[in-house]
Write a protein that binds this ligand. Structure first.
Ligand SMILES: [Fe+2]
Length: 304
């Protein structure tokens, strides 16, 4: 039987991760840290300023790159506007930045379409890196995915992830930067968009297909952890559903933004605790302020 496992899921930090976080996590009870991506701010090279801090982590850690990690501003604008020229024009520097990230990141294992083993034996399957969702059914940052993984479409991405599911020995956790489609279209739903003319299910179709496939062959993940869709919501600053259980799978969106914030005069730092014991999952949002740790289980609450 697998030992109980305490996992911290750290959402989009966009540079908000510092010495206090290092001290907390290094002295915490966590067995593993999962970073769901978007370390960088809008400046793609900001990522490298964060690495000396990340590299001081002493807990085993894994990171899937988000759409801001190693990608350029022109590429992101190209993805948003579906401008092929900008997508390709800006893509030329991504391999260099990925090579540098691979070389300089020592505090966490980089995950892209890959399988890993967490302490105690639980498996981790990482999905498509750099995902930022799409309203036109494309994979984001196709130039890089094509050259590195021969992935040019959502169908090809789903196929590659299905082969990872075929190979994994359950139980396992599925990690992505952006969550799957099919979990609701409201702005306050876990991966629903509030930045389009109408509320839209913005989740990834390839990840949804892979989870369905995993269920169909009796290999459903224990949990699917992701981020990207920030909360509180952009418009109206409403709390967003940050976890839900469906068909026995726990879905987590750890992208509370900003993850470090002031509330009633105190500075709080956010992450999600995921405890796995005897095949059962327990989740809570954790807000840390100095020695004070508050846990929130309300699926829409976002303040301590
Ligand atoms: Fe993101």
């Amino acid at each position: 039987m697998l030992q109980p496992l305490q996992i911290a899921v750290i959402g989009d930090m966009h540079m908000l991760f510092d010495d206090a976080d290092i001290e907390y996590f290094n002295t915490s009870e966590y067995d593993a840290l999962l970073f769901v991506g978007d370390l960088a701010s809008k400046n793609p090279d900001s990522l490298f300023r964060l690495l000396p801090t990340m590299n001081r982590l002493t807990k085993p850690a894994w990171l899937i790159p988000g759409n801001h990690d190693t990608t350029g501003v022109r590429q992101i604008i190209g993805e948003i506007t579906h401008n092929e020229f900008l997508m390709r024009f800006g893509a030329s520097s991504q391999p260099r930045r990925m090579a540098r990230l691979t070389r300089e990141l020592t505090g966490a294992t980089l995950c892209c379409y890959s399988e890993h083993t967490l302490p105690g034996g639980l498996k981790l399957v990482a999905g498509r890196p750099f995902s930022m969702g799409s309203t036109v059914g494309t994979v984001n940052f196709r130039t890089y995915l094509q050259s590195e993984y021969a992935i040019g479409t959502l169908a090809e991405s789903a196929q590659l992830m299905k082969s990872l599911i075929d190979g994994v020995n359950p139980p396992y956790i599925l990690m992505a930067h952006h969550g799957p489609r099919g979990l609701g279209a409201k702005a306050t739903d876990i991966f629903g968009a509030d930045f389009l003319p109408q509320e839209t299910d913005f989740g990834d179709a390839d990840l949804e297909e892979v989870i369905e496939y995993a269920r169909s062959i009796g290999k459903a993940p224990l949990a699917v952890v992701a981020g990207h869709m920030h909360y509180p919501t952009k418009h109206g600053r409403k709390p967003k559903q940050w976890y839900l259980e469906r068909n026995g799978i726990f879905y987590v969106n750890a992208a509370r933004w900003p993850r470090i914030f002031k509330h009633e005069g105190q500075t709080w730092r956010h992450h999600v605790r995921l405890t796995i014991q005897d095949g059962k999952v327990d989740v809570a949002a954790r807000y840390v302020s100095g020695d004070v740790v508050r846990e929130v289980r309300d699926d829409y609450a976002f303040l301590p």
